[in-house]
Design a protein around this ligand. Structure first.
Ligand code: SF4
Length: 179
């Protein structure tokens, strides 16, 4: 069994939806060996093989698997988080057990969406980045035409959590993140 146990260690406000939560769970052992097989069998994953992260999209929620922990976004409550972690545990272990029958997929997979990036920006349209709106910035960010560092307000304490999630998503998708 690749994933034996997990434990929720942090519960934070969800950045994309203030009525929901973001959950971080530490896990026993390392699960990254299952990632190319999950990437091959699930639709719409974002896989960063060098960084050992795999982001799974399901029912409008985002689950990012790292070698040693899992983050869940847009979660209703801790009960739902436990259910999803149980589902992920079974999925990871079952997929890994069947790996000899699966062609591993090491490609990056689905691309990031500008709207998802936009939700993690300050949303003030302050123009400090040189773009007319935060959405215009998000479009350029996804196209790798602008550096995240250009959004100066994002680096203030107020937006620290948003910045972390945004950096994590960019990093998971294989983008160069300078912060
Ligand atoms: S600097 Fe940041 S907050 Fe201001 S418009 Fe650009 S992306 Fe939006």
């Amino acid at each position: 069994m690749l994933l034996d146990s997990y434990k929720i260690t942090r519960v934070l406000p969800c950045l994309a939806d203030p009525e929901k939560i973001r959950v971080i769970a530490e896990i026993s052992g390392e699960i990254h060996e299952a990632f190319p097989y999950l990437n091959a069998t699930l639709k719409g994953c974002i896989y960063n093989h060098p960084a050992l992260t795999l982001t799974i999209k399901k029912d409008g929620k985002l689950f990012t698997l790292h070698a040693h922990h899992i983050t869940l976004a847009k979660i209703e409550d801790e009960k739902e988080a436990e259910e999803i972690l149980g589902w992920l545990k079974n999925l990871i272990n079952e997929t890994y057990e069947k790996r000899h029958r699966i062609e591993p997929n090491f490609s990056k997979g689905a691309e990031l969406k500008a709207l998802d990036m936009f939700k993690l920006l300050p949303g003030t349209n302050c123009k400090k980045c040189g773009e007319p709106t935060c959405l215009a910035f998000a479009v350029k960010l996804v196209g790798q035409e602008i550096d995240i560092m250009k959004c100066i307000p994002l680096f203030s304490e107020e937006y620290e959590e948003k910045r972390k999630v945004l950096s994590e998503l960019l990093h998971a998708a294989g983008y160069k993140v300078t912060s």
